[in-house]
Write a protein that binds this ligand. Structure first.
Ligand code: KIV
Length: 260
């Protein structure tokens, strides 16, 4: 018999019992691999834009592109909960948010994520009110990188700390099953983790969150041209792959013994 299916409710109930390791995937084999490795939460993130599609940031990713990759990931039929990002400009108001969320669910996602707290309260309530599991995202919001002029740590001032706490409380009240904290000052991430009843899943936010999420490509070195400061890759896969490709090319060109 296969492993039991993981739901948003299971992730929510992990708080205080088990830490949550989460990773991104954008295709069928990676989703299958992460699922076989026992990762309980897989995100088809809009980081897709940089690590797969070659855009400079996530603001260029379109809903159609997310749907395409969600379909591929969903074909792996993971036991893990499969969440997907609502891309920039796909949730400008509650009606658009619900319609975009429904499209990702129809493509095979089992939960959706969007960036923001009180600013998108109507959108979050429209999504959770329709019974669609919602994953929050606070701190550095990559979809706002252009307005913010870069990827900056949040929670360094008292005002930012207060805003993050208020946003996290709002997401909890609006029915989010967990919240990603990206580049949040570690002491503030720890404080949010203590204050809310839903799990916090950190990325570059210190060790005291209820879980950690990383972009898969950063973890295994399949996007070596840029690695965020807080990531310590467990593998440098592209380095080994580059060597394998060169060895094969040398064989073909007759530099070394012939390839078969
Ligand atoms: O798009 C993404 O990959 C994310 C991160 C939190 C991992 O949102």
């Amino acid at each position: 018999m296969g492993e039991p299916k993981i739901t948003a409710q299971h992730i929510r109930e992990s708080k205080g019992h088990r830490r949550i390791p989460a990773l991104t995937a954008y295709d069928h084999p990676t989703t299958r691999l992460l699922d076989e490795a026992g990762i309980p939460l897989i995100l088809v993130g809009d980081s897709l834009g940089m690590v797969v599609l070659g855009y400079p940031d996530t603001t260029h990713v379109r809903l159609e592109e997310m749907e395409h990759h969600v379909r591929a990931a969903a074909r792996a039929k993971p036991c893990a909960l499969l969440a997907a990002d609502l891309p920039a400009a796909s949730y400008e108001d509650p009606e658009a948010a619900l319609s975009s969320a429904r499209r990702l669910i129809a493509a095979g996602a089992e939960a959706v994520k969007a960036e923001g707290g009180r600013r998108i309260e109507g959108q979050v309530r429209a999504i959770t009110g329709a019974g669609i599991p919602f994953l929050g995202h606070l701190g550095m919001l990559p979809q706002h990188v252009l307005e913010e002029g870069g990827y900056h740590i949040k929670g360094r001032t008292g005002a930012e700390r207060d805003a993050l706490l208020a946003d996290a409380a709002l997401l909890e009240a609006a029915g989010a099953f967990a919240v990603v904290l990206e580049l949040v000052q570690p002491a503030v991430a720890a404080e949010i983790t203590q204050r809310v009843s839903i799990p916090t899943i950190g990325i570059g936010s210190g060790p005291d969150c209820d879980g950690q999420i990383l972009v898969f490509n950063d973890l295994v070195g399949t996007y070596p041209w840029f690695t965020p400061r807080f990531v310590r890759p467990k593998l440098h896969a592209f380095t080994s792959m580059r060597e394998a490709i060169r060895a094969w090319a040398d064989e073909v060109s007759g530099v070394t013994s012939q390839a078969t």
